[in-house]
Design a protein around this ligand. Structure first.
Ligand code: PLP
Length: 395
Protein backbone atom coordinates (compact mmCIF):
# COMPACT_ATOMS: atom_id res chain seq x y z
CA UNK A 1 0.00 0.00 0.00
CA UNK A 2 1.23 3.48 -0.82
CA UNK A 3 0.58 6.73 1.02
CA UNK A 4 -0.52 8.41 -2.21
CA UNK A 5 -0.65 5.95 -5.12
CA UNK A 6 0.33 7.76 -8.32
CA UNK A 7 0.97 4.50 -10.19
CA UNK A 8 -2.67 3.40 -9.88
CA UNK A 9 -3.72 6.86 -10.99
CA UNK A 10 -1.49 6.61 -14.04
CA UNK A 11 -3.26 3.42 -15.10
CA UNK A 12 -6.54 5.38 -15.27
CA UNK A 13 -5.22 8.36 -17.22
CA UNK A 14 -2.47 6.72 -19.25
CA UNK A 15 -3.93 7.30 -22.72
CA UNK A 16 -4.51 11.03 -22.33
CA UNK A 17 -1.19 11.65 -20.56
CA UNK A 18 0.93 9.59 -22.98
CA UNK A 19 -0.71 11.23 -25.98
CA UNK A 20 -0.01 14.73 -24.63
CA UNK A 21 3.60 13.93 -23.71
CA UNK A 22 4.24 12.49 -27.16
CA UNK A 23 2.71 15.51 -28.80
CA UNK A 24 4.91 17.93 -26.82
CA UNK A 25 8.02 15.92 -27.72
CA UNK A 26 7.04 15.92 -31.40
CA UNK A 27 6.45 19.67 -31.39
CA UNK A 28 9.77 20.29 -29.54
CA UNK A 29 8.26 23.42 -27.95
CA UNK A 30 9.49 22.48 -24.50
CA UNK A 31 9.15 25.96 -22.99
CA UNK A 32 6.01 28.11 -23.47
CA UNK A 33 4.44 25.63 -25.90
CA UNK A 34 0.74 25.82 -26.76
CA UNK A 35 -0.19 23.39 -23.95
CA UNK A 36 0.89 25.96 -21.37
CA UNK A 37 -1.57 28.55 -22.62
CA UNK A 38 -4.34 25.95 -22.97
CA UNK A 39 -3.76 24.78 -19.40
CA UNK A 40 -3.87 28.34 -18.07
CA UNK A 41 -7.19 28.95 -19.85
CA UNK A 42 -8.64 25.64 -18.63
CA UNK A 43 -7.68 26.27 -15.01
CA UNK A 44 -8.73 29.94 -14.98
CA UNK A 45 -12.16 29.01 -16.28
CA UNK A 46 -12.53 26.10 -13.81
CA UNK A 47 -11.58 28.30 -10.87
CA UNK A 48 -13.67 31.23 -12.11
CA UNK A 49 -10.84 33.78 -12.14
CA UNK A 50 -9.78 35.92 -15.10
CA UNK A 51 -6.07 35.09 -15.19
CA UNK A 52 -3.99 32.00 -14.47
CA UNK A 53 -0.22 32.50 -14.67
CA UNK A 54 1.64 29.20 -14.54
CA UNK A 55 5.12 29.04 -13.01
CA UNK A 56 7.81 26.61 -11.89
CA UNK A 57 6.41 25.56 -8.50
CA UNK A 58 4.05 26.56 -5.69
CA UNK A 59 6.84 28.27 -3.75
CA UNK A 60 7.73 30.66 -6.58
CA UNK A 61 4.00 31.28 -7.06
CA UNK A 62 3.75 32.71 -3.52
CA UNK A 63 6.88 34.86 -3.95
CA UNK A 64 5.77 36.23 -7.32
CA UNK A 65 2.27 36.97 -5.98
CA UNK A 66 3.69 38.92 -3.01
CA UNK A 67 6.24 40.77 -5.19
CA UNK A 68 3.50 41.75 -7.67
CA UNK A 69 1.76 43.62 -4.83
CA UNK A 70 4.95 45.34 -3.72
CA UNK A 71 5.27 43.43 -0.45
CA UNK A 72 8.83 43.64 0.91
CA UNK A 73 11.13 45.01 3.60
CA UNK A 74 9.35 46.54 6.59
CA UNK A 75 6.11 44.61 5.93
CA UNK A 76 4.53 42.08 8.28
CA UNK A 77 2.94 39.09 6.52
CA UNK A 78 0.67 36.96 8.73
CA UNK A 79 1.05 33.23 8.17
CA UNK A 80 -0.43 30.21 9.97
CA UNK A 81 2.08 28.54 12.30
CA UNK A 82 0.89 25.09 11.14
CA UNK A 83 1.70 24.75 7.41
CA UNK A 84 4.36 23.73 4.92
CA UNK A 85 7.53 25.83 5.16
CA UNK A 86 7.00 27.77 1.88
CA UNK A 87 4.04 29.73 3.28
CA UNK A 88 6.43 31.52 5.65
CA UNK A 89 9.67 31.11 3.70
CA UNK A 90 8.45 33.18 0.72
CA UNK A 91 7.53 36.35 2.63
CA UNK A 92 10.93 36.13 4.37
CA UNK A 93 12.96 35.56 1.17
CA UNK A 94 11.44 38.67 -0.43
CA UNK A 95 12.46 40.75 2.59
CA UNK A 96 9.18 40.91 4.54
CA UNK A 97 8.72 39.50 8.05
CA UNK A 98 6.44 36.51 8.51
CA UNK A 99 4.42 36.77 11.72
CA UNK A 100 3.07 33.39 12.76
CA UNK A 101 -0.52 32.98 13.86
CA UNK A 102 -2.21 30.03 15.57
CA UNK A 103 -4.67 27.67 13.86
CA UNK A 104 -8.01 26.13 14.86
CA UNK A 105 -7.78 22.67 16.36
CA UNK A 106 -10.67 21.17 14.38
CA UNK A 107 -10.04 22.56 10.86
CA UNK A 108 -6.24 23.05 11.12
CA UNK A 109 -6.68 26.43 9.38
CA UNK A 110 -5.68 29.95 10.46
CA UNK A 111 -7.59 31.14 13.55
CA UNK A 112 -9.32 34.52 13.01
CA UNK A 113 -9.03 35.50 16.70
CA UNK A 114 -5.32 34.75 16.76
CA UNK A 115 -4.88 36.64 13.48
CA UNK A 116 -6.62 39.74 14.77
CA UNK A 117 -4.57 39.85 17.96
CA UNK A 118 -1.32 39.33 16.00
CA UNK A 119 -2.18 42.27 13.71
CA UNK A 120 -2.99 44.46 16.72
CA UNK A 121 0.28 43.47 18.39
CA UNK A 122 2.30 44.43 15.29
CA UNK A 123 0.50 47.78 15.16
CA UNK A 124 1.21 48.49 18.83
CA UNK A 125 4.89 47.52 18.46
CA UNK A 126 5.15 50.13 15.70
CA UNK A 127 8.10 48.49 13.88
CA UNK A 128 6.47 46.72 10.93
CA UNK A 129 3.61 47.65 8.61
CA UNK A 130 0.81 45.02 8.58
CA UNK A 131 0.58 44.20 4.88
CA UNK A 132 -0.74 40.75 3.94
CA UNK A 133 -2.20 37.45 5.14
CA UNK A 134 -1.17 34.11 3.63
CA UNK A 135 -4.35 32.07 4.19
CA UNK A 136 -3.57 28.39 3.61
CA UNK A 137 -6.21 25.81 2.55
CA UNK A 138 -4.55 23.21 4.76
CA UNK A 139 -5.00 19.53 3.89
CA UNK A 140 -7.52 20.53 1.18
CA UNK A 141 -10.08 22.57 3.12
CA UNK A 142 -10.48 26.29 2.32
CA UNK A 143 -9.66 28.73 5.11
CA UNK A 144 -12.49 30.52 6.98
CA UNK A 145 -13.24 32.91 4.11
CA UNK A 146 -15.76 35.39 5.63
CA UNK A 147 -13.88 35.77 8.93
CA UNK A 148 -10.44 36.24 7.37
CA UNK A 149 -11.81 38.53 4.64
CA UNK A 150 -13.39 40.74 7.33
CA UNK A 151 -10.07 41.11 9.17
CA UNK A 152 -8.21 41.90 5.93
CA UNK A 153 -10.79 44.57 5.09
CA UNK A 154 -10.64 46.04 8.59
CA UNK A 155 -6.84 46.47 8.52
CA UNK A 156 -6.35 46.98 4.76
CA UNK A 157 -4.40 43.75 4.28
CA UNK A 158 -3.78 41.85 1.06
CA UNK A 159 -5.40 38.39 1.21
CA UNK A 160 -3.24 35.77 -0.50
CA UNK A 161 -4.80 32.29 -0.67
CA UNK A 162 -2.12 29.57 -0.57
CA UNK A 163 -4.13 26.80 -2.23
CA UNK A 164 -1.17 24.47 -2.82
CA UNK A 165 -3.20 21.77 -1.04
CA UNK A 166 -6.64 23.19 -1.74
CA UNK A 167 -7.03 23.05 -5.52
CA UNK A 168 -10.43 21.54 -6.35
CA UNK A 169 -11.98 22.51 -3.01
CA UNK A 170 -14.63 25.18 -2.66
CA UNK A 171 -16.55 27.51 -0.36
CA UNK A 172 -20.30 28.19 -0.45
CA UNK A 173 -21.21 31.73 0.63
CA UNK A 174 -24.33 32.74 2.60
CA UNK A 175 -26.30 33.25 -0.65
CA UNK A 176 -25.48 29.70 -1.74
CA UNK A 177 -22.99 30.72 -4.41
CA UNK A 178 -20.04 28.35 -4.74
CA UNK A 179 -16.52 29.83 -4.98
CA UNK A 180 -13.67 27.55 -6.03
CA UNK A 181 -10.37 27.38 -4.18
CA UNK A 182 -7.87 29.71 -5.92
CA UNK A 183 -10.62 32.34 -6.17
CA UNK A 184 -10.93 33.02 -2.43
CA UNK A 185 -8.34 35.76 -1.95
CA UNK A 186 -7.23 38.96 -3.69
CA UNK A 187 -4.68 36.69 -5.33
CA UNK A 188 -4.16 32.93 -5.03
CA UNK A 189 -1.43 30.39 -5.65
CA UNK A 190 -1.28 26.64 -6.07
CA UNK A 191 1.25 23.85 -6.56
CA UNK A 192 1.33 20.91 -8.99
CA UNK A 193 3.91 18.95 -6.97
CA UNK A 194 3.10 15.28 -7.72
CA UNK A 195 1.46 14.54 -4.35
CA UNK A 196 -0.84 17.60 -4.33
CA UNK A 197 -4.52 17.18 -5.26
CA UNK A 198 -3.75 18.07 -8.90
CA UNK A 199 -0.15 17.02 -9.42
CA UNK A 200 2.10 16.89 -12.47
CA UNK A 201 5.16 14.69 -13.05
CA UNK A 202 7.71 17.09 -11.61
CA UNK A 203 7.48 20.60 -10.20
CA UNK A 204 4.84 23.12 -11.23
CA UNK A 205 2.69 25.94 -9.86
CA UNK A 206 0.29 28.73 -10.75
CA UNK A 207 -1.00 32.13 -9.68
CA UNK A 208 -4.63 33.29 -10.05
CA UNK A 209 -5.86 36.89 -10.15
CA UNK A 210 -8.75 38.93 -11.58
CA UNK A 211 -6.54 42.02 -11.91
CA UNK A 212 -5.20 42.61 -15.45
CA UNK A 213 -2.27 44.74 -14.25
CA UNK A 214 -1.22 42.30 -11.54
CA UNK A 215 -1.43 39.41 -14.02
CA UNK A 216 0.97 41.17 -16.39
CA UNK A 217 3.27 42.02 -13.51
CA UNK A 218 3.33 38.36 -12.42
CA UNK A 219 4.19 37.28 -15.98
CA UNK A 220 6.99 39.81 -16.04
CA UNK A 221 8.44 38.87 -12.63
CA UNK A 222 8.29 35.16 -13.47
CA UNK A 223 10.36 35.67 -16.63
CA UNK A 224 13.35 37.87 -15.75
CA UNK A 225 11.34 41.07 -15.45
CA UNK A 226 10.55 41.07 -19.17
CA UNK A 227 8.67 43.95 -20.75
CA UNK A 228 5.02 42.85 -20.75
CA UNK A 229 3.68 46.13 -22.13
CA UNK A 230 4.73 45.31 -25.70
CA UNK A 231 3.87 41.62 -25.94
CA UNK A 232 3.61 41.73 -29.74
CA UNK A 233 7.21 42.85 -30.03
CA UNK A 234 9.27 39.63 -30.41
CA UNK A 235 12.23 41.36 -28.77
CA UNK A 236 10.27 42.41 -25.68
CA UNK A 237 11.53 39.42 -23.72
CA UNK A 238 15.06 40.78 -24.02
CA UNK A 239 13.93 44.13 -22.71
CA UNK A 240 14.20 43.67 -18.95
CA UNK A 241 12.41 46.45 -17.15
CA UNK A 242 12.70 45.05 -13.61
CA UNK A 243 14.52 42.29 -11.73
CA UNK A 244 12.62 39.02 -11.77
CA UNK A 245 13.30 35.30 -11.73
CA UNK A 246 13.17 32.33 -14.08
CA UNK A 247 9.98 30.53 -13.11
CA UNK A 248 8.07 28.85 -15.94
CA UNK A 249 5.93 25.73 -16.10
CA UNK A 250 7.46 23.58 -18.82
CA UNK A 251 5.31 22.35 -21.69
CA UNK A 252 5.60 18.65 -20.79
CA UNK A 253 4.14 19.34 -17.34
CA UNK A 254 1.31 21.36 -18.89
CA UNK A 255 0.62 18.38 -21.15
CA UNK A 256 0.52 16.01 -18.16
CA UNK A 257 -1.86 18.32 -16.28
CA UNK A 258 -4.18 18.68 -19.28
CA UNK A 259 -4.20 14.89 -19.58
CA UNK A 260 -5.21 14.55 -15.93
CA UNK A 261 -7.61 17.43 -15.55
CA UNK A 262 -10.96 15.97 -16.72
CA UNK A 263 -10.58 12.89 -14.52
CA UNK A 264 -9.52 15.09 -11.58
CA UNK A 265 -12.61 17.30 -11.94
CA UNK A 266 -15.17 14.64 -12.86
CA UNK A 267 -14.06 11.63 -10.80
CA UNK A 268 -11.15 12.04 -8.42
CA UNK A 269 -12.62 14.78 -6.23
CA UNK A 270 -15.77 12.71 -5.59
CA UNK A 271 -13.76 9.57 -5.00
CA UNK A 272 -11.34 11.13 -2.52
CA UNK A 273 -14.28 12.64 -0.61
CA UNK A 274 -15.83 9.18 -0.40
CA UNK A 275 -12.57 7.79 1.02
CA UNK A 276 -12.45 10.56 3.65
CA UNK A 277 -16.09 9.93 4.62
CA UNK A 278 -15.39 6.22 5.02
CA UNK A 279 -12.46 6.96 7.32
CA UNK A 280 -14.59 9.29 9.42
CA UNK A 281 -17.43 6.75 9.69
CA UNK A 282 -15.12 3.91 10.64
CA UNK A 283 -13.11 5.95 13.15
CA UNK A 284 -15.89 7.99 14.74
CA UNK A 285 -16.25 5.66 17.75
CA UNK A 286 -12.57 5.70 18.79
CA UNK A 287 -12.18 7.17 22.29
CA UNK A 288 -9.99 10.30 22.31
CA UNK A 289 -9.15 10.24 18.57
CA UNK A 290 -9.58 13.64 16.87
CA UNK A 291 -10.93 13.49 13.31
CA UNK A 292 -10.55 16.20 10.66
CA UNK A 293 -13.60 18.49 10.53
CA UNK A 294 -14.86 20.04 7.31
CA UNK A 295 -17.09 23.07 7.91
CA UNK A 296 -20.56 22.98 6.35
CA UNK A 297 -19.75 25.76 3.86
CA UNK A 298 -16.58 23.99 2.70
CA UNK A 299 -15.73 21.24 0.22
CA UNK A 300 -12.29 19.71 0.70
CA UNK A 301 -9.98 18.27 -1.95
CA UNK A 302 -8.42 16.10 0.80
CA UNK A 303 -4.72 16.59 0.22
CA UNK A 304 -4.32 14.79 3.57
CA UNK A 305 -6.51 12.90 6.04
CA UNK A 306 -5.05 13.97 9.38
CA UNK A 307 -6.14 12.57 12.74
CA UNK A 308 -5.12 13.68 16.25
CA UNK A 309 -4.02 10.82 18.47
CA UNK A 310 -5.47 10.53 21.99
CA UNK A 311 -3.75 12.79 24.53
CA UNK A 312 -1.00 11.33 26.68
CA UNK A 313 0.05 12.57 30.16
CA UNK A 314 3.22 14.41 28.99
CA UNK A 315 4.80 15.83 25.82
CA UNK A 316 7.46 13.15 25.85
CA UNK A 317 4.97 10.34 26.23
CA UNK A 318 2.88 11.90 23.46
CA UNK A 319 5.80 11.75 21.01
CA UNK A 320 6.74 8.21 22.08
CA UNK A 321 3.12 7.08 21.79
CA UNK A 322 2.88 8.39 18.19
CA UNK A 323 6.18 6.69 17.31
CA UNK A 324 4.83 3.36 18.60
CA UNK A 325 1.58 3.76 16.64
CA UNK A 326 3.52 4.57 13.45
CA UNK A 327 5.87 1.62 13.95
CA UNK A 328 2.97 -0.76 14.50
CA UNK A 329 1.14 0.52 11.39
CA UNK A 330 4.33 0.23 9.36
CA UNK A 331 4.65 -3.40 10.48
CA UNK A 332 1.09 -3.89 9.19
CA UNK A 333 2.18 -2.46 5.81
CA UNK A 334 0.51 0.94 6.32
CA UNK A 335 2.60 4.05 5.56
CA UNK A 336 1.87 7.20 7.58
CA UNK A 337 3.33 10.71 7.67
CA UNK A 338 3.47 13.59 10.13
CA UNK A 339 2.37 16.94 8.73
CA UNK A 340 3.68 18.98 10.48
CA UNK A 341 6.20 17.97 13.07
CA UNK A 342 7.38 21.49 14.01
CA UNK A 343 5.61 24.84 14.40
CA UNK A 344 6.84 27.38 11.84
CA UNK A 345 7.95 29.85 14.52
CA UNK A 346 10.30 27.22 15.98
CA UNK A 347 12.05 26.42 12.68
CA UNK A 348 15.77 27.13 12.87
CA UNK A 349 15.56 29.47 9.88
CA UNK A 350 13.65 31.99 12.00
CA UNK A 351 15.76 31.72 15.15
CA UNK A 352 16.57 35.10 16.64
CA UNK A 353 14.14 37.00 14.37
CA UNK A 354 10.77 38.65 15.09
CA UNK A 355 9.18 35.62 13.38
CA UNK A 356 10.27 33.36 16.26
CA UNK A 357 8.06 35.41 18.60
CA UNK A 358 4.59 33.79 18.45
CA UNK A 359 1.80 32.57 20.73
CA UNK A 360 0.64 29.34 19.10
CA UNK A 361 -0.40 26.77 21.71
CA UNK A 362 -2.78 24.87 19.44
CA UNK A 363 -0.09 24.44 16.78
CA UNK A 364 2.42 23.24 19.38
CA UNK A 365 -0.06 20.63 20.59
CA UNK A 366 -0.99 19.52 17.05
CA UNK A 367 2.65 19.01 16.12
CA UNK A 368 2.91 16.28 18.74
CA UNK A 369 -0.51 14.63 18.16
CA UNK A 370 -1.20 14.63 14.38
CA UNK A 371 -0.84 11.60 12.15
CA UNK A 372 -1.67 11.53 8.42
CA UNK A 373 -3.19 8.33 7.01
CA UNK A 374 -2.90 7.17 3.39
CA UNK A 375 -5.41 8.95 1.17
CA UNK A 376 -5.92 9.21 -2.60
CA UNK A 377 -8.89 8.77 -4.95
CA UNK A 378 -8.06 5.16 -5.76
CA UNK A 379 -7.87 3.87 -2.17
CA UNK A 380 -10.45 1.08 -1.99
CA UNK A 381 -13.08 0.64 0.70
CA UNK A 382 -11.52 -2.61 1.93
CA UNK A 383 -8.16 -0.82 2.30
CA UNK A 384 -9.77 1.98 4.32
CA UNK A 385 -11.41 -0.69 6.50
CA UNK A 386 -8.07 -2.43 6.96
CA UNK A 387 -6.30 0.81 7.93
CA UNK A 388 -9.07 1.79 10.36
CA UNK A 389 -8.96 -1.65 11.99
CA UNK A 390 -5.16 -1.64 12.33
CA UNK A 391 -5.14 1.93 13.66
CA UNK A 392 -7.69 0.98 16.32
CA UNK A 393 -5.56 -2.02 17.30
CA UNK A 394 -2.40 0.11 17.45
CA UNK A 395 -4.09 2.71 19.67
C1 PLP B 1 3.49 22.19 -1.26
C2 PLP B 1 3.16 23.49 -0.66
C3 PLP B 1 3.75 24.69 -1.11
C4 PLP B 1 4.88 24.73 -2.08
O1 PLP B 1 4.66 24.11 -3.31
P1 PLP B 1 5.92 23.58 -4.17
O2 PLP B 1 5.29 23.34 -5.52
O3 PLP B 1 6.40 22.33 -3.52
O4 PLP B 1 6.94 24.65 -4.21
C5 PLP B 1 3.33 25.88 -0.55
N1 PLP B 1 2.39 25.91 0.41
C6 PLP B 1 1.82 24.78 0.89
C7 PLP B 1 0.75 24.90 1.94
C8 PLP B 1 2.18 23.54 0.38
O5 PLP B 1 1.62 22.44 0.86
Amino acid sequence: MQFRDLQIQYKHIRNAVDKNIQSVISSAHFISGSEVKKLEQTLASYVGVKHCISCANGTDAISVALLSHGVGAGDAVFVPDFTFFSSGECPATIGATPVFVDVEKDTYNIDPLSLESAVEKIISEGQLKPRAVVAVDLFGQPFDVPAIRAICDKFGLLLLEDAAQGFGGSYKDSTGKVHMACSLGDIATTSFFPAKPLGCYGDGGAIFTNDDGIALLCRSIAVHGKDTQNLNDPNAKYNNIRLGMNSRLDTLQAGVLLGKFDVFRDEELNKVNRVANHYSELLSDVEGLGLPTVQEAMYSSWAQYTVQLPEQPSDNEQIEYRKRVQTQLKADGIPTNIYYIKPMHLQGAFEGTRSADAECQTTEKLCSTVLCLPIHPYLEYREVEFIAEKLKAAL
